[in-house]
Ligand binder design. Structure first.
Ligand code: AP5
Ligand code: MG
Ligand code: ZN
Length: 218
């Protein structure tokens, strides 16, 4: 059976963190539109430069651009046993575009996991996040420090950075924009009987326990 999944959640809800646990257990690719845009920005591709204008302000990249990169990515051979979408879809237009893609590819969704977190917790989580420069592993000054000081648990490197859009000016707009889009998106998947809600207010481990038991039940 294939496992075609979506992770929904506001900025800082823990999508990337939980995605890592999921793909460690299930051999499916982690497809994060945010990561794809950051890679394109780092490589200064035309798409990356266009996306940067939106991302640095905390706005959404236009749907046609985002739908285009996901369509290409889902066509890759490595999605044959499934995929994990993180941060896509984020608008109803994207949800409809994805429905068309999964129809054409004959890869119906199995579950949409919504990590629900009190928005008041998110500013703090985002402003204390830091990321390994070498492998992209994500840490947190308050909630998830590397086991050995200044050393990435995953790859052993010592250099870390903060995302530009985690600076205070961008965070507020990112949260506002995403909160507005979130409710209709949740309703969309609830109507289609695909939605699983997870309480994301507690520890990283606690959230993983909830997701693990949902996936085991599918
Ligand atoms: P993207 O990179 O997806 O950013 P985001 O949605 O804002 O989400 P984040 O990656 O910030 O948060 P996360 O949920 O992954 O949390 P994490 O696990 O890191 O997108 C970036 C931008 O690209 C968007 O703003 C937009 O401009 C553009 N874009 C992307 N997709 C798009 C789309 N579909 N359409 C249009 N534009 C798009 O955790 C956060 C921190 O908290 C970490 O430090 C972590 O260690 C910590 N943490 C995690 N879980 C817990 C917990 N349970 N308790 C305590 N701390 C925790
Ligand atoms: Mg993320
Ligand atoms: Zn690393």
């Amino acid at each position: 059976m294939s496992l075609n999944l979506i992770l929904l959640g506001l900025p800082g809800a823990g999508k990337g963190t939980q995605a890592q646990y999921i793909v460690d257990k299930y051999p499916i690719p982690h497809i994060s539109t945010g990561d794809m845009f950051r890679e394109a920005m780092a490589n200064k591709t035309p798409m990356g430069l266009k996306a940067k204008e939106f991302i640095d302000k905390g706005d959404l990249v236009p749907d046609d651009v985002t739908n285009g990169i996901v369509k290409d990515r889902l066509g890759n051979a490595d999605t044959k046993d499934g995929f994990l979408l993180d941060g896509y879809p984020r608008t109803l237009e994207q949800a409809n575009a994805l429905a068309e893609m999964t129809d054409v590819l004959n890869k119906p969704l199995n579950a949409v996991i919504n990590i629900d977190v009190d928005p008041n917790l998110l500013t703090e989580r985002l402003s204390s996040r830091f990321i390994c420069r070498n492998c992209g592993a994500t840490y947190n000054k308050l909630y998830h420090m590397p086991k050995v000081e200044d050393t990435c648990d995953v790859c052993g490197h010592h250099e870390f950075y903060q995302r530009d859009d985690d600076k205070p000016e961008a965070v507020k707009n990112r949260l506002d924009v995403n909160i507005k889009m979130n409710t209709p998106l949740i309703a969309y998947y609830k109507e289609r009987n695909l939605l699983y809600n997870v309480d994301g207010n507690n520890s990283i481990d606690d959230v993983w326990q909830q997701i693990d038991s949902i996936l085991s039940s599918l």
